[in-house]
Write a protein that binds this ligand. Structure first.
Ligand code: FAD
Ligand code: NAD
Length: 474
Protein backbone atom coordinates (compact mmCIF):
# COMPACT_ATOMS: atom_id res chain seq x y z
CA UNK A 1 0.00 0.00 0.00
CA UNK A 2 1.31 3.47 -0.88
CA UNK A 3 1.93 5.73 2.12
CA UNK A 4 0.81 8.84 0.22
CA UNK A 5 -2.76 9.94 0.99
CA UNK A 6 -5.06 12.73 -0.12
CA UNK A 7 -6.00 13.36 3.53
CA UNK A 8 -4.44 12.36 6.85
CA UNK A 9 -6.47 13.11 9.97
CA UNK A 10 -4.62 13.16 13.31
CA UNK A 11 -7.10 12.25 16.06
CA UNK A 12 -10.15 9.97 15.86
CA UNK A 13 -12.50 11.81 18.22
CA UNK A 14 -15.88 13.08 16.96
CA UNK A 15 -14.09 15.80 14.98
CA UNK A 16 -11.42 13.59 13.42
CA UNK A 17 -13.29 10.37 12.70
CA UNK A 18 -16.20 12.27 11.11
CA UNK A 19 -13.76 14.28 8.96
CA UNK A 20 -12.07 11.03 7.85
CA UNK A 21 -15.37 9.33 6.93
CA UNK A 22 -16.65 12.37 5.03
CA UNK A 23 -13.34 12.76 3.17
CA UNK A 24 -13.44 9.08 2.16
CA UNK A 25 -17.09 9.42 1.07
CA UNK A 26 -15.95 12.21 -1.25
CA UNK A 27 -13.48 9.85 -2.93
CA UNK A 28 -10.35 11.06 -1.14
CA UNK A 29 -7.77 8.48 -0.10
CA UNK A 30 -7.86 8.95 3.67
CA UNK A 31 -5.90 7.84 6.73
CA UNK A 32 -6.67 8.50 10.39
CA UNK A 33 -4.02 8.31 13.11
CA UNK A 34 -5.06 7.95 16.75
CA UNK A 35 -3.23 7.09 19.95
CA UNK A 36 -6.11 6.50 22.40
CA UNK A 37 -5.75 3.34 24.46
CA UNK A 38 -8.99 1.85 25.80
CA UNK A 39 -9.64 0.15 29.15
CA UNK A 40 -8.56 -3.17 27.61
CA UNK A 41 -5.17 -1.77 26.55
CA UNK A 42 -6.09 -1.81 22.85
CA UNK A 43 -6.59 1.03 20.36
CA UNK A 44 -9.98 2.64 20.93
CA UNK A 45 -11.30 5.00 18.29
CA UNK A 46 -13.76 7.79 19.17
CA UNK A 47 -11.54 10.03 21.31
CA UNK A 48 -12.63 11.64 24.55
CA UNK A 49 -16.31 11.69 23.61
CA UNK A 50 -16.83 7.98 23.05
CA UNK A 51 -14.29 6.65 25.55
CA UNK A 52 -14.39 8.96 28.57
CA UNK A 53 -16.86 11.75 27.73
CA UNK A 54 -20.27 12.13 26.12
CA UNK A 55 -21.27 8.48 25.77
CA UNK A 56 -20.12 6.92 29.08
CA UNK A 57 -21.35 9.94 31.06
CA UNK A 58 -24.80 9.65 29.47
CA UNK A 59 -24.86 5.91 30.22
CA UNK A 60 -24.16 6.55 33.92
CA UNK A 61 -26.54 9.52 33.99
CA UNK A 62 -29.31 7.31 32.68
CA UNK A 63 -28.63 4.40 35.06
CA UNK A 64 -28.42 6.72 38.07
CA UNK A 65 -31.60 8.51 36.98
CA UNK A 66 -33.48 5.19 36.91
CA UNK A 67 -32.30 4.49 40.47
CA UNK A 68 -33.12 8.00 41.72
CA UNK A 69 -36.60 7.85 40.18
CA UNK A 70 -37.44 4.77 42.26
CA UNK A 71 -37.47 6.90 45.38
CA UNK A 72 -38.12 10.37 43.96
CA UNK A 73 -40.59 10.00 41.10
CA UNK A 74 -42.31 6.61 41.19
CA UNK A 75 -43.99 7.11 44.61
CA UNK A 76 -46.01 9.97 43.07
CA UNK A 77 -47.31 7.45 40.52
CA UNK A 78 -48.38 5.13 43.36
CA UNK A 79 -45.50 2.76 42.73
CA UNK A 80 -43.22 1.79 45.57
CA UNK A 81 -40.08 -0.26 45.55
CA UNK A 82 -38.37 -1.25 48.76
CA UNK A 83 -34.72 -2.00 49.37
CA UNK A 84 -33.62 -1.00 45.88
CA UNK A 85 -29.91 -1.59 45.41
CA UNK A 86 -27.36 -0.79 42.75
CA UNK A 87 -25.01 -3.53 41.62
CA UNK A 88 -21.89 -1.52 40.84
CA UNK A 89 -20.40 -4.22 38.61
CA UNK A 90 -23.44 -4.09 36.34
CA UNK A 91 -23.67 -0.29 36.61
CA UNK A 92 -20.08 0.26 35.37
CA UNK A 93 -20.10 -2.84 33.14
CA UNK A 94 -23.14 -1.62 31.17
CA UNK A 95 -21.34 1.67 30.52
CA UNK A 96 -18.17 -0.16 29.40
CA UNK A 97 -20.20 -2.32 27.01
CA UNK A 98 -21.82 0.74 25.44
CA UNK A 99 -18.41 2.39 25.02
CA UNK A 100 -17.01 -0.73 23.36
CA UNK A 101 -20.00 -0.98 21.04
CA UNK A 102 -19.53 2.57 19.80
CA UNK A 103 -15.71 2.68 19.64
CA UNK A 104 -15.76 -0.67 17.78
CA UNK A 105 -18.46 0.74 15.50
CA UNK A 106 -16.07 3.42 14.28
CA UNK A 107 -13.56 0.75 13.28
CA UNK A 108 -16.30 -0.86 11.18
CA UNK A 109 -17.29 2.49 9.65
CA UNK A 110 -13.63 3.09 8.74
CA UNK A 111 -13.50 -0.31 7.02
CA UNK A 112 -16.77 0.29 5.18
CA UNK A 113 -15.55 3.69 3.95
CA UNK A 114 -11.99 2.49 3.26
CA UNK A 115 -10.36 4.82 5.78
CA UNK A 116 -6.93 3.44 6.78
CA UNK A 117 -6.51 3.55 10.57
CA UNK A 118 -3.05 3.92 12.12
CA UNK A 119 -2.46 3.34 15.84
CA UNK A 120 0.10 5.66 17.37
CA UNK A 121 1.09 9.22 18.10
CA UNK A 122 1.04 11.43 15.02
CA UNK A 123 3.39 14.38 14.59
CA UNK A 124 3.04 16.88 11.78
CA UNK A 125 6.36 17.46 10.05
CA UNK A 126 7.17 19.98 7.32
CA UNK A 127 5.51 19.56 3.89
CA UNK A 128 2.50 17.60 5.20
CA UNK A 129 4.46 14.56 6.29
CA UNK A 130 3.18 12.82 9.40
CA UNK A 131 5.44 10.76 11.62
CA UNK A 132 3.66 8.01 13.54
CA UNK A 133 5.22 6.63 16.70
CA UNK A 134 3.71 3.32 17.75
CA UNK A 135 3.29 2.21 21.35
CA UNK A 136 6.39 0.04 20.95
CA UNK A 137 8.43 3.07 19.85
CA UNK A 138 8.47 2.06 16.16
CA UNK A 139 8.29 4.94 13.69
CA UNK A 140 6.90 5.37 10.19
CA UNK A 141 6.21 8.42 8.06
CA UNK A 142 3.22 8.92 5.78
CA UNK A 143 2.30 12.00 3.76
CA UNK A 144 -0.73 13.68 2.24
CA UNK A 145 -1.86 16.67 0.24
CA UNK A 146 -4.00 17.71 3.23
CA UNK A 147 -3.59 17.10 6.96
CA UNK A 148 -6.45 17.71 9.41
CA UNK A 149 -5.36 18.20 13.01
CA UNK A 150 -8.05 16.94 15.43
CA UNK A 151 -6.08 16.25 18.58
CA UNK A 152 -8.84 17.32 20.97
CA UNK A 153 -8.46 18.36 24.58
CA UNK A 154 -7.45 17.11 28.03
CA UNK A 155 -8.55 18.12 31.55
CA UNK A 156 -6.83 21.10 33.16
CA UNK A 157 -4.86 20.03 36.21
CA UNK A 158 -4.62 22.21 39.31
CA UNK A 159 -0.99 22.36 40.54
CA UNK A 160 -2.07 21.86 44.16
CA UNK A 161 -4.54 19.04 43.41
CA UNK A 162 -2.76 16.82 40.90
CA UNK A 163 -4.62 13.81 39.51
CA UNK A 164 -3.53 10.55 41.13
CA UNK A 165 -6.23 8.39 39.53
CA UNK A 166 -7.37 7.16 42.95
CA UNK A 167 -8.37 9.94 45.32
CA UNK A 168 -8.00 12.97 43.05
CA UNK A 169 -9.63 12.14 39.75
CA UNK A 170 -10.56 13.62 36.37
CA UNK A 171 -13.56 12.81 34.15
CA UNK A 172 -12.17 9.38 33.24
CA UNK A 173 -11.74 8.53 36.92
CA UNK A 174 -15.22 9.75 37.83
CA UNK A 175 -16.69 7.43 35.18
CA UNK A 176 -14.97 4.42 36.70
CA UNK A 177 -15.58 4.50 40.44
CA UNK A 178 -16.42 0.98 41.60
CA UNK A 179 -17.94 1.89 44.95
CA UNK A 180 -20.20 4.86 45.73
CA UNK A 181 -17.97 7.32 47.64
CA UNK A 182 -19.54 8.42 50.89
CA UNK A 183 -18.37 12.01 50.29
CA UNK A 184 -17.45 13.30 46.84
CA UNK A 185 -15.84 16.71 46.43
CA UNK A 186 -16.05 18.37 43.02
CA UNK A 187 -14.02 21.39 41.97
CA UNK A 188 -15.90 23.37 39.31
CA UNK A 189 -19.68 23.67 38.92
CA UNK A 190 -19.39 23.53 35.14
CA UNK A 191 -20.82 20.95 32.77
CA UNK A 192 -18.73 17.99 33.98
CA UNK A 193 -19.07 18.89 37.66
CA UNK A 194 -22.85 19.08 37.39
CA UNK A 195 -23.32 15.97 35.24
CA UNK A 196 -20.92 13.66 37.06
CA UNK A 197 -21.75 15.22 40.45
CA UNK A 198 -25.40 14.34 39.72
CA UNK A 199 -24.54 10.72 38.89
CA UNK A 200 -22.92 10.06 42.26
CA UNK A 201 -25.38 12.22 44.22
CA UNK A 202 -28.26 10.12 42.83
CA UNK A 203 -26.53 6.95 44.05
CA UNK A 204 -26.29 8.35 47.58
CA UNK A 205 -22.93 10.11 47.67
CA UNK A 206 -22.82 13.34 49.65
CA UNK A 207 -21.63 15.69 46.88
CA UNK A 208 -20.12 19.12 47.54
CA UNK A 209 -19.21 21.25 44.54
CA UNK A 210 -16.85 24.20 44.97
CA UNK A 211 -17.14 26.85 42.27
CA UNK A 212 -14.70 29.75 42.09
CA UNK A 213 -17.08 32.18 40.38
CA UNK A 214 -19.72 34.04 42.41
CA UNK A 215 -22.50 33.29 39.89
CA UNK A 216 -23.87 29.83 39.21
CA UNK A 217 -23.54 28.51 35.62
CA UNK A 218 -22.77 31.91 34.15
CA UNK A 219 -22.45 30.50 30.60
CA UNK A 220 -26.21 29.83 30.63
CA UNK A 221 -29.07 32.34 30.67
CA UNK A 222 -29.50 33.68 34.23
CA UNK A 223 -33.18 32.62 34.51
CA UNK A 224 -32.34 29.08 33.47
CA UNK A 225 -29.38 28.92 35.88
CA UNK A 226 -31.59 30.15 38.73
CA UNK A 227 -34.25 27.47 38.17
CA UNK A 228 -31.61 24.75 37.80
CA UNK A 229 -29.77 25.81 40.97
CA UNK A 230 -33.00 25.51 42.97
CA UNK A 231 -33.68 22.01 41.65
CA UNK A 232 -30.10 20.81 42.24
CA UNK A 233 -30.31 22.03 45.85
CA UNK A 234 -33.58 20.06 46.29
CA UNK A 235 -31.78 16.96 45.02
CA UNK A 236 -29.18 17.37 47.75
CA UNK A 237 -26.28 18.70 45.68
CA UNK A 238 -24.36 21.22 47.76
CA UNK A 239 -22.93 23.94 45.53
CA UNK A 240 -20.69 26.55 47.17
CA UNK A 241 -20.17 29.64 45.00
CA UNK A 242 -17.22 32.02 45.17
CA UNK A 243 -15.26 29.13 46.73
CA UNK A 244 -11.63 28.78 45.70
CA UNK A 245 -9.72 25.61 46.51
CA UNK A 246 -6.32 26.44 47.96
CA UNK A 247 -5.10 23.05 49.19
CA UNK A 248 -5.89 19.38 48.66
CA UNK A 249 -3.99 16.85 50.74
CA UNK A 250 -4.43 13.10 50.34
CA UNK A 251 -4.41 11.47 53.78
CA UNK A 252 -4.87 7.68 53.89
CA UNK A 253 -8.03 7.23 51.87
CA UNK A 254 -9.37 10.76 52.25
CA UNK A 255 -8.68 14.14 50.74
CA UNK A 256 -8.48 17.11 53.11
CA UNK A 257 -9.48 20.29 51.29
CA UNK A 258 -8.98 23.91 52.19
CA UNK A 259 -10.99 26.50 50.31
CA UNK A 260 -11.59 30.21 50.66
CA UNK A 261 -14.76 32.21 50.13
CA UNK A 262 -15.93 35.68 51.19
CA UNK A 263 -16.18 34.48 54.81
CA UNK A 264 -12.58 33.24 54.96
CA UNK A 265 -10.90 29.82 54.91
CA UNK A 266 -12.83 26.55 55.36
CA UNK A 267 -11.95 22.89 55.55
CA UNK A 268 -13.74 19.95 54.02
CA UNK A 269 -12.83 16.27 53.99
CA UNK A 270 -13.98 14.02 51.16
CA UNK A 271 -13.33 10.45 50.07
CA UNK A 272 -12.75 11.35 46.44
CA UNK A 273 -12.12 14.64 44.69
CA UNK A 274 -13.19 15.23 41.09
CA UNK A 275 -11.37 18.19 39.55
CA UNK A 276 -13.41 19.55 36.63
CA UNK A 277 -12.17 23.10 36.10
CA UNK A 278 -12.22 23.06 32.31
CA UNK A 279 -10.24 21.47 29.50
CA UNK A 280 -7.31 22.67 27.41
CA UNK A 281 -6.55 22.06 23.77
CA UNK A 282 -4.12 19.14 23.48
CA UNK A 283 -1.21 19.68 21.12
CA UNK A 284 1.62 18.07 23.09
CA UNK A 285 4.08 16.51 20.62
CA UNK A 286 1.74 17.23 17.69
CA UNK A 287 3.76 19.82 15.79
CA UNK A 288 7.38 19.75 14.69
CA UNK A 289 9.06 23.12 15.21
CA UNK A 290 9.18 24.09 11.53
CA UNK A 291 5.58 23.41 10.38
CA UNK A 292 4.49 27.05 10.58
CA UNK A 293 1.26 26.09 12.42
CA UNK A 294 0.55 28.61 15.20
CA UNK A 295 -1.02 28.11 18.63
CA UNK A 296 -2.64 30.98 20.58
CA UNK A 297 -2.06 32.06 24.19
CA UNK A 298 -4.50 29.36 25.39
CA UNK A 299 -2.69 26.63 23.47
CA UNK A 300 -5.35 26.32 20.74
CA UNK A 301 -4.34 25.82 17.12
CA UNK A 302 -4.97 29.08 15.27
CA UNK A 303 -7.41 28.75 12.35
CA UNK A 304 -9.48 31.06 10.16
CA UNK A 305 -13.25 30.83 9.63
CA UNK A 306 -12.66 27.86 7.30
CA UNK A 307 -10.59 25.99 9.91
CA UNK A 308 -7.48 26.56 7.81
CA UNK A 309 -4.22 27.07 9.73
CA UNK A 310 -2.66 29.32 7.11
CA UNK A 311 -0.16 26.59 6.21
CA UNK A 312 -0.80 25.08 2.80
CA UNK A 313 -2.99 21.97 3.17
CA UNK A 314 -3.11 22.03 6.98
CA UNK A 315 -6.46 22.34 8.75
CA UNK A 316 -7.56 22.00 12.39
CA UNK A 317 -10.93 21.18 13.97
CA UNK A 318 -12.74 20.31 17.20
CA UNK A 319 -11.61 20.98 20.77
CA UNK A 320 -8.10 21.81 19.57
CA UNK A 321 -9.34 25.09 18.03
CA UNK A 322 -11.47 28.11 19.09
CA UNK A 323 -15.20 27.78 19.75
CA UNK A 324 -17.20 25.63 22.17
CA UNK A 325 -15.66 22.30 23.19
CA UNK A 326 -18.60 20.20 22.02
CA UNK A 327 -18.63 16.97 20.05
CA UNK A 328 -21.22 18.09 17.49
CA UNK A 329 -19.34 21.34 16.81
CA UNK A 330 -16.16 19.35 16.07
CA UNK A 331 -18.03 16.86 13.88
CA UNK A 332 -19.59 19.61 11.76
CA UNK A 333 -16.18 21.25 11.35
CA UNK A 334 -14.86 17.84 10.23
CA UNK A 335 -17.57 17.53 7.58
CA UNK A 336 -17.04 21.10 6.40
CA UNK A 337 -13.24 20.77 6.10
CA UNK A 338 -13.55 17.50 4.15
CA UNK A 339 -15.98 19.27 1.81
CA UNK A 340 -13.74 22.32 1.41
CA UNK A 341 -10.79 20.02 0.59
CA UNK A 342 -12.95 18.29 -2.03
CA UNK A 343 -13.82 21.67 -3.56
CA UNK A 344 -17.36 21.72 -2.21
CA UNK A 345 -19.18 24.32 -0.09
CA UNK A 346 -18.75 23.33 3.56
CA UNK A 347 -20.80 25.11 6.20
CA UNK A 348 -20.54 25.56 9.98
CA UNK A 349 -22.48 28.23 11.86
CA UNK A 350 -20.93 28.62 15.30
CA UNK A 351 -23.78 31.00 16.27
CA UNK A 352 -26.35 28.21 16.36
CA UNK A 353 -24.36 25.44 18.06
CA UNK A 354 -26.70 24.02 20.72
CA UNK A 355 -25.52 23.42 24.29
CA UNK A 356 -27.08 20.69 26.41
CA UNK A 357 -26.38 19.82 30.03
CA UNK A 358 -27.79 16.38 30.83
CA UNK A 359 -28.74 16.96 34.44
CA UNK A 360 -32.25 16.68 35.88
CA UNK A 361 -33.83 18.95 34.89
CA UNK A 362 -31.96 19.09 31.60
CA UNK A 363 -30.62 22.44 30.43
CA UNK A 364 -30.37 23.42 26.75
CA UNK A 365 -29.85 26.56 24.76
CA UNK A 366 -28.86 28.01 21.42
CA UNK A 367 -27.98 31.58 20.51
CA UNK A 368 -27.48 34.55 22.80
CA UNK A 369 -28.36 34.91 26.48
CA UNK A 370 -30.32 37.91 27.70
CA UNK A 371 -27.16 39.30 29.31
CA UNK A 372 -25.14 38.99 26.10
CA UNK A 373 -27.83 40.92 24.21
CA UNK A 374 -28.06 43.58 26.91
CA UNK A 375 -24.26 44.01 26.92
CA UNK A 376 -24.25 44.30 23.10
CA UNK A 377 -27.06 46.87 23.19
CA UNK A 378 -29.33 44.76 20.96
CA UNK A 379 -33.06 45.45 21.57
CA UNK A 380 -35.00 42.29 22.37
CA UNK A 381 -38.32 40.96 23.61
CA UNK A 382 -38.92 37.81 25.61
CA UNK A 383 -41.55 35.09 25.83
CA UNK A 384 -41.54 32.36 28.47
CA UNK A 385 -43.70 29.35 29.23
CA UNK A 386 -43.52 27.05 32.27
CA UNK A 387 -43.65 23.25 32.00
CA UNK A 388 -46.06 23.40 34.98
CA UNK A 389 -48.76 24.40 32.45
CA UNK A 390 -47.89 21.64 29.94
CA UNK A 391 -50.22 18.64 30.22
CA UNK A 392 -47.61 16.10 29.11
CA UNK A 393 -45.04 17.34 31.66
CA UNK A 394 -47.62 17.16 34.47
CA UNK A 395 -48.67 13.65 33.37
CA UNK A 396 -44.99 12.63 33.56
CA UNK A 397 -44.69 14.22 37.02
CA UNK A 398 -41.81 16.28 35.60
CA UNK A 399 -43.43 19.70 35.44
CA UNK A 400 -40.30 21.68 36.28
CA UNK A 401 -38.67 24.54 34.42
CA UNK A 402 -39.53 26.67 31.42
CA UNK A 403 -38.79 27.61 27.83
CA UNK A 404 -37.63 31.15 27.15
CA UNK A 405 -37.61 32.60 23.64
CA UNK A 406 -35.70 35.81 22.93
CA UNK A 407 -36.46 37.68 19.68
CA UNK A 408 -35.23 40.95 18.21
CA UNK A 409 -37.50 43.77 19.42
CA UNK A 410 -37.91 45.22 15.92
CA UNK A 411 -37.46 42.36 13.43
CA UNK A 412 -38.78 39.50 15.64
CA UNK A 413 -35.82 37.38 14.48
CA UNK A 414 -34.93 34.60 16.95
CA UNK A 415 -31.80 35.56 18.90
CA UNK A 416 -31.74 32.91 21.62
CA UNK A 417 -33.80 30.05 23.00
CA UNK A 418 -33.14 28.81 26.55
CA UNK A 419 -34.71 25.82 28.20
CA UNK A 420 -34.63 24.02 31.51
CA UNK A 421 -36.94 21.10 32.08
CA UNK A 422 -37.91 17.62 30.90
CA UNK A 423 -36.65 16.46 27.52
CA UNK A 424 -35.16 19.81 26.54
CA UNK A 425 -32.07 18.06 25.11
CA UNK A 426 -34.38 17.03 22.25
CA UNK A 427 -36.60 20.15 22.18
CA UNK A 428 -33.65 22.45 21.48
CA UNK A 429 -33.31 20.99 17.95
CA UNK A 430 -36.49 22.80 16.85
CA UNK A 431 -35.03 26.13 18.00
CA UNK A 432 -31.75 25.43 16.19
CA UNK A 433 -33.55 24.65 12.93
CA UNK A 434 -35.63 27.82 13.23
CA UNK A 435 -32.55 29.94 13.99
CA UNK A 436 -30.50 28.35 11.20
CA UNK A 437 -33.27 29.29 8.76
CA UNK A 438 -33.21 32.82 10.21
CA UNK A 439 -36.70 32.30 11.60
CA UNK A 440 -38.71 34.62 13.83
CA UNK A 441 -40.70 34.04 17.02
CA UNK A 442 -43.76 34.42 14.78
CA UNK A 443 -42.52 31.48 12.65
CA UNK A 444 -42.28 29.23 15.72
CA UNK A 445 -45.65 30.48 16.93
CA UNK A 446 -47.36 29.58 13.62
CA UNK A 447 -46.05 25.99 13.48
CA UNK A 448 -48.53 23.27 14.55
CA UNK A 449 -47.15 21.38 17.57
CA UNK A 450 -48.56 17.98 18.54
CA UNK A 451 -50.72 17.79 21.65
CA UNK A 452 -49.99 16.71 24.31
CA UNK A 453 -46.23 17.02 23.97
CA UNK A 454 -43.42 18.84 25.74
CA UNK A 455 -42.81 20.77 22.51
CA UNK A 456 -45.95 22.79 23.21
CA UNK A 457 -43.81 24.74 25.71
CA UNK A 458 -41.70 26.00 22.77
CA UNK A 459 -44.85 26.97 20.86
CA UNK A 460 -46.38 28.78 23.83
CA UNK A 461 -43.11 30.58 24.69
CA UNK A 462 -42.95 31.82 21.08
CA UNK A 463 -46.57 33.00 21.31
CA UNK A 464 -45.74 34.66 24.62
CA UNK A 465 -43.14 36.87 22.88
CA UNK A 466 -46.13 38.83 21.54
CA UNK A 467 -48.14 38.35 24.73
CA UNK A 468 -50.55 35.88 23.16
CA UNK A 469 -49.74 32.60 24.92
CA UNK A 470 -52.99 30.68 25.27
CA UNK A 471 -52.44 28.63 28.42
CA UNK A 472 -51.11 31.34 30.76
CA UNK A 473 -51.84 34.95 31.57
CA UNK A 474 -49.86 37.39 29.44
P1 FAD B 1 -11.22 14.28 21.32
O1 FAD B 1 -12.54 13.65 21.43
O2 FAD B 1 -10.51 14.75 22.49
O3 FAD B 1 -10.34 13.34 20.41
C1 FAD B 1 -9.02 13.60 20.10
C2 FAD B 1 -8.33 12.28 19.80
O4 FAD B 1 -7.05 12.55 19.26
C3 FAD B 1 -8.08 11.41 21.03
O5 FAD B 1 -8.40 10.06 20.74
C4 FAD B 1 -6.59 11.56 21.29
O6 FAD B 1 -6.02 10.41 21.91
C5 FAD B 1 -6.10 11.71 19.87
N1 FAD B 1 -4.81 12.40 19.76
C6 FAD B 1 -4.43 13.57 20.30
N2 FAD B 1 -3.20 13.90 19.89
C7 FAD B 1 -2.80 12.91 19.05
C8 FAD B 1 -1.64 12.67 18.31
N3 FAD B 1 -0.62 13.55 18.30
N4 FAD B 1 -1.57 11.54 17.58
C9 FAD B 1 -2.59 10.65 17.55
N5 FAD B 1 -3.71 10.83 18.23
C10 FAD B 1 -3.81 11.94 18.97
N6 FAD B 1 -19.65 17.11 24.25
C11 FAD B 1 -20.91 17.08 23.77
O7 FAD B 1 -21.17 17.66 22.71
N7 FAD B 1 -21.91 16.44 24.43
C12 FAD B 1 -21.70 15.80 25.60
O8 FAD B 1 -22.62 15.23 26.18
C13 FAD B 1 -20.39 15.81 26.14
N8 FAD B 1 -20.12 15.19 27.29
C14 FAD B 1 -18.86 15.18 27.77
C15 FAD B 1 -18.61 14.54 28.98
C16 FAD B 1 -17.34 14.52 29.50
C17 FAD B 1 -17.09 13.82 30.80
C18 FAD B 1 -16.27 15.14 28.78
C19 FAD B 1 -14.87 15.08 29.30
C20 FAD B 1 -16.50 15.77 27.59
C21 FAD B 1 -17.80 15.81 27.07
N9 FAD B 1 -18.10 16.48 25.89
C22 FAD B 1 -19.38 16.48 25.42
C23 FAD B 1 -17.06 17.18 25.12
C24 FAD B 1 -16.59 16.27 23.96
O9 FAD B 1 -16.11 15.06 24.49
C25 FAD B 1 -15.53 16.97 23.16
O10 FAD B 1 -16.00 18.22 22.72
C26 FAD B 1 -15.15 16.13 21.95
O11 FAD B 1 -14.70 14.86 22.33
C27 FAD B 1 -14.07 16.83 21.13
O12 FAD B 1 -13.81 16.07 20.00
P2 FAD B 1 -12.39 16.11 19.28
O13 FAD B 1 -12.48 15.10 18.21
O14 FAD B 1 -12.04 17.49 18.97
O15 FAD B 1 -11.35 15.63 20.38
P1 NAD C 1 -16.43 24.09 32.38
O1 NAD C 1 -15.70 25.18 31.73
O2 NAD C 1 -17.77 23.73 31.91
O3 NAD C 1 -16.56 24.36 33.94
C1 NAD C 1 -15.46 24.57 34.76
C2 NAD C 1 -15.91 25.33 35.99
O4 NAD C 1 -14.85 25.32 36.91
C3 NAD C 1 -16.25 26.79 35.70
O5 NAD C 1 -17.50 27.09 36.26
C4 NAD C 1 -15.12 27.54 36.37
O6 NAD C 1 -15.52 28.81 36.87
C5 NAD C 1 -14.75 26.61 37.49
N1 NAD C 1 -13.38 26.74 37.98
C6 NAD C 1 -12.26 26.98 37.25
N2 NAD C 1 -11.18 26.99 38.06
C7 NAD C 1 -11.64 26.75 39.32
C8 NAD C 1 -11.01 26.61 40.57
N3 NAD C 1 -9.68 26.72 40.70
N4 NAD C 1 -11.77 26.34 41.66
C9 NAD C 1 -13.14 26.21 41.52
N5 NAD C 1 -13.77 26.34 40.36
C10 NAD C 1 -13.03 26.58 39.26
O7 NAD C 1 -15.44 22.83 32.32
P2 NAD C 1 -15.68 21.29 32.59
O8 NAD C 1 -16.88 21.07 33.42
O9 NAD C 1 -14.36 20.77 33.04
O10 NAD C 1 -15.97 20.74 31.16
C11 NAD C 1 -15.07 21.02 30.10
C12 NAD C 1 -15.79 21.15 28.81
O11 NAD C 1 -16.19 19.86 28.35
C13 NAD C 1 -17.10 21.93 28.88
O12 NAD C 1 -16.89 23.31 28.86
C14 NAD C 1 -17.78 21.46 27.65
O13 NAD C 1 -17.27 22.17 26.57
C15 NAD C 1 -17.36 20.00 27.58
N6 NAD C 1 -18.44 19.15 28.13
C16 NAD C 1 -19.66 19.20 27.53
C17 NAD C 1 -20.69 18.43 28.04
C18 NAD C 1 -22.03 18.51 27.38
O14 NAD C 1 -22.10 18.98 26.27
N7 NAD C 1 -23.11 18.05 28.02
C19 NAD C 1 -20.50 17.62 29.15
C20 NAD C 1 -19.25 17.62 29.74
C21 NAD C 1 -18.22 18.39 29.22
Amino acid sequence: MSDKFDVIVIGAGPAGYVAAIRAAQLGLKTACVDAFVGKDGKQALGGTCLNVGCIPSKALLDSSKQFFNLSHNLPAHGISVENAKVDMGTFIGRKDKIVKQFTGGIGQLFKANKVTAFFGKGKLLKDNNVEITGNDGSKQTISATNVILASGSVPIELPFAKFDGKNIIDNAGALDINEVPKRLGVIGAGVIGLELGSVWNRLGSQVTILEALPDFLSVADADVAKIAAKEFAKQGLTIKLGAKLTKAEVKKNEVALTYEDKDGAHELTVDKLLVAVGRRAYTDGLLAGDTGVKVDERGRIVVDEHNHTGVDGVWAIGDAVRGPMLAHKGSEEGVAVAEWIAGKAGHVNLDTVPWVIYTEPEIAWAGKTEKELKDAGIPYKIGTFPFAAIGRAVAMNEAIGQVKVIAHAETDRLLGVHMVGPGVSELIAEAVVAMEFKGSAEDLARIVHAHPTLSEAVHEAALSVDKRAIHKGN
